[in-house]
Design a protein around this ligand. Structure first.
Ligand code: GLA
Length: 384
């Protein structure tokens, strides 16, 4: 992909491009907790977006998407947003920077990626982070990595329409090979945690359910609103409660009857998940992979039954995983409504489990689910 991006650049815009990349991510546990100010445990992966970029005379920038084989000319800091979805991410990043008083110059750029699209691995955050990092570096704008993450997140809110949390952009910018980060989404403090399951004979494997997830469907934003509705009920009695992070099960249960049942169920999942993540970190620290895996199954259960962001395909994969000795944990990963299942398994069962799963899935749904191998890798960077 890097070679293709570079060749396209040279063909269209000539020599001397700088190359940038920013990765997609996995998240071990802590789903739908980020916008509730809880914790997440993501790692950057060895698949991302690659861009070749050179400053241009301006004001018009030229962007070429290798994946869509489409080119546009646009003033990235002008008032008119592009119609093409893929270009909105780049436009939004430039706009959000300009709003903060540091305006990037015009560019010529080609880009493309190898993050499986729709698999819940944050290809869109990888795209935002690639350009946020590149603009910052190329035009010496002086934003911190955390500020760049917020710029990417606000691009989603204001130019794409998804009211996402901070996890995806944050890890895409801060990732480190061999480490996941435990991020506190309330104050953005974080800790790198070495993650090397292979040393203990375990393995992380992703299986794509082949249902493309797309968060712009409104369901994601609706979950967020339901969580906020629950917080509003609790805050009437406890004004210090600003998010689900600030409460606990006993308090939530106390006001259960004042909220719609569906709001209670959403909140219950989130409050349990925030606790599950903290306990799960203790498991990882102590090398208790089986106990950690059990929490992944519990997360899936909550995502499926309480938060209702699963699909029959995702549930089917997790059921097969549960019934297989040596597969110690599995759950849908990312926003849901499709995408992939992240598994934790003993290395020695991987081959037979995956073959069995593919054949069972194929019998039921008539498709062979794709297996995605990932290596936990570095975050955004300039390549040359
Ligand atoms: C998507 C969002 C993230 C996060 C996850 C669910 O990936 O972009 O902010 O909310 O869903 O954990």
């Amino acid at each position: 992909m890097i070679t293709k991006v570079k060749q396209e650049f040279e063909k269209r815009y000539g020599p001397d491009a700088a190359l940038y990349t920013s990765p997609g991510r996995v998240n071990l546990i802590g789903e739908h907790t980020d916008y509730n100010m809880g914790f997440v445990l993501p790692g950057a992966v060895d698949k991302g977006i690659y861009a070749a970029i050179r400053p241009a005379a301006g004001p018009v920038s030229r962007l070429y998407s290798v994946d869509y084989d489409a080119e546009i000319s646009i003033d990235l800091t002008g008032p008119e947003a592009p119609k093409e979805q893929w270009a909105k991410y780049v436009y939004g990043v430039a706009q959000e920077m300009a709003k903060r008083g540091r305006t990037p110059g015009a560019i010529n750029a080609t880009f493309g990626g190898n993050v499986p699209l729709g698999a819940g691995m944050s290809s869109s955050a990888a795209l935002e982070s690639t350009f946020a990092f590149a603009f910052n570096d190329m035009f010496s704008l002086g934003f911190t990595l955390a500020e760049l993450a917020v710029i990417g997140q606000m691009t989603e809110h204001n130019y794409v329409g998804v009211k996402c949390g901070i996890m995806d952009q944050f890890i895409s910018l801060h990732g480190r090979a061999g480490h996941v980060i435990r991020l506190d989404c309330r104050d953005l403090s974080f800790e790198y945690k070495p993650f090397d399951p292979a040393a203990a004979g375990y393995k992380v494997v992703l299986v794509d359910s082949m249902v493309k997830h797309n968060l712009s469907g409104g369901e994601y934003n609706e979950r967020r609103e339901q969580c906020e509705a629950g917080v509003a009920v609790i805050a009437k009695h406890h004004p210090e409660v600003k998010s689900l992070r600030d409460t606990d099960l006993a308090t939530l249960d106390k006001y259960k009857n004042e909220m719609p049942e569906i709001v209670y169920r959403r909140c219950l999942y989130v409050v349990e998940e925030i606790k599950r993540l903290l306990d799960g970190c203790d498991d990882l620290d102590a090398g208790r992979y089986d106990a950690f895996g059990a929490k992944m199954f519990a997360t899936h259960d909550g995502l499926s039954k309480l938060y209702t962001v699963s699909t029959p395909e995702l549930d089917f994969i997790v059921d097969v995983a549960k019934a297989t000795d040596g597969v110690v944990g599995a759950r849908l990963m990312g926003g849901g409504f499709g995408g992939c299942v992240i598994h934790l398994m003993r290395e020695n069962v991987a081959e037979s489990y995956l073959a069995d799963l593919q054949s069972k899935f194929n019998q039921k749904f008539g498709l062979t689910p794709r297996i995605i191998e990932v290596v936990i890798s570095d975050g955004a960077r300039r390549l040359e």
